[in-house]
Design a protein around this ligand. Structure first.
Ligand SMILES: [Zn+2]
Length: 384
């Protein structure tokens, strides 16, 4: 991050988001992409600015030009909310709690709220280097937690992405590669680039294009809900797909292996013979054959496989599936991977010993419980 950068990037992604600009009373909608009031509100949270003090800070923040890239549009749905059940809600003058006319009980407020589920946006804020640097500092180490439009909408990944210097907003939004969710990769329809929708604020003082849309989401002060408007132009950018994802697709990891096929039995027997039925890692008797590559599933060669004992195989599999989130294969014959596998074997053995200790403890407690049962006048404690 350089202090002269004129653009700040935010990642707004999470299970739920809500960016209402037209919410009225009991019906609270969300827009299809983040609003400027929502994003600036988030920055004020990160800076720890109270609503009452927001006016001055907003005068400083609103000149930032905002651009949104829709990385994943998500789905829209409604949620049903109740507030004040059994404890009541205040009347407008805050003197009495509301009661229902028919029963006299405390009134429950009902509302329907709309959310964007599982969406992901890249937001860029373009402006003076001092403002960008102050916002980046606040987001990197926020005073209050930040939310994706409402307090129930918790970010699913870090909001602060970074800063950079760009001539135009389109350049800025094109500079960050697109990253699909690993579980949603479509290997058949793979492409090295991706075209994404954008919503870019049109800077003031330049004639507005005919297709610009007027949006009333420029906050003047929070607490009074007074909003100004801005022009937003819809467009598209084509961006590269993140390199890590390329690798994942070039070598698909979790290919299904038919362990009952005669071909697999032959490949397995061939590798065991090559390793003299010994574990390649610890040289004890091999019981398993491990995949170091899934490139040739269905017609594996000796170089795709390694013989392992049960413990070493468990350790390699745990590393592969757990710690490395299925993105790498583990090769027990690679000296560079040896320390990590050894560490995992140690952990595994320690856990197994813990398991044995737990069994012993449970047996001891069962024994002491029967002791209490036969002692008259002694109340057994809470034995787990
Ligand atoms: Zn072994």
């Amino acid at each position: 991050m350089s202090n002269a950068d004129n653009t700040l990037f935010l990642r707004l992604a999470g299970p739920m988001q809500s960016w209402g600009t037209s919410s009225r009373f009991q019906l609270r909608r969300t827009d299809a992409y983040p609003s400027k009031s929502g994003v600036l509100g988030m920055l004020l949270c990160a800076m720890g600015v109270h609503r009452e003090d927001s006016r001055q800070k907003l005068e400083w923040l609103t000149p930032l030009v905002m651009g949104v890239r829709v990385d994943r549009s998500g789905s829209l749905d409604w949620d049903y909310h109740t507030a004040g059940a059994k404890i009541g809600i205040w009347q407008a003058d805050r003197k009495k709690l509301k009661r229902t006319a028919s029963t006299g009980e405390y009134e429950t407020q009902l509302s329907r709220r709309q959310y964007l589920y599982d969406a992901s946006f890249l937001v860029a804020l373009h402006g003076l280097a001092d403002t960008v640097s102050a916002c980046a500092g606040a987001l990197d180490s926020p005073i209050w937690p930040v939310f994706l439009g409402r307090k129930c909408c918790v970010p699913g990944e870090p909001v602060f992405v970074g800063t950079g210097s760009f001539d135009t907003m389109t350049d800025a939004l094109s500079s960050v590669p697109w990253r699909p969710r690993i579980d949603a990769i479509d290997r058949k329809a793979w492409s090295a680039t991706r075209t994404l929708d954008t919503f870019i604020e049109h800077p003031q003082g330049i004639p507005t294009p005919g297709d610009a849309r007027l949006v009333h989401d420029v906050p003047r002060a929070f607490g009074f809900h007074s909003h100004g408007s801005r022009w937003v132009v819809a467009g598209q950018v084509t961006v590269p797909v993140a390199e890590a994802t390329h690798k994942l697709v070039a070598e698909p990891f979790a290919r299904r292996v038919d362990y009952t096929s005669p071909q697999w039995k032959a490949a397995r027997a061939s590798r065991l013979k090559l390793d003299h039925d010994l574990c390649v890692f610890c040289k004890s008797a091999a019981e398993h054959v491990h995949h170091v590559s899934y490139q040739n599933v269905g017609h594996e060669t000796d170089s795709d496989l390694r013989s392992l004992c049960e413990t070493c195989h468990d350790a390699c599999t745990m590393l592969q599936y757990g710690h490395r989130m299925k993105t790498h294969t583990v090769d027990p014959s690679d000296p560079a991977q040896r320390p990590e596998i050894l560490q995992q074997i140690k952990r595994l053995l320690a856990e197994r010993r813990f398991g044995r200790r737990r069994e012993l403890l449970k047996a001891a407690r069962t024994a002491s419980k029967s002791f209490f049962d036969i002692e008259p006048g002694v109340t057994p404690g809470k034995v787990q």
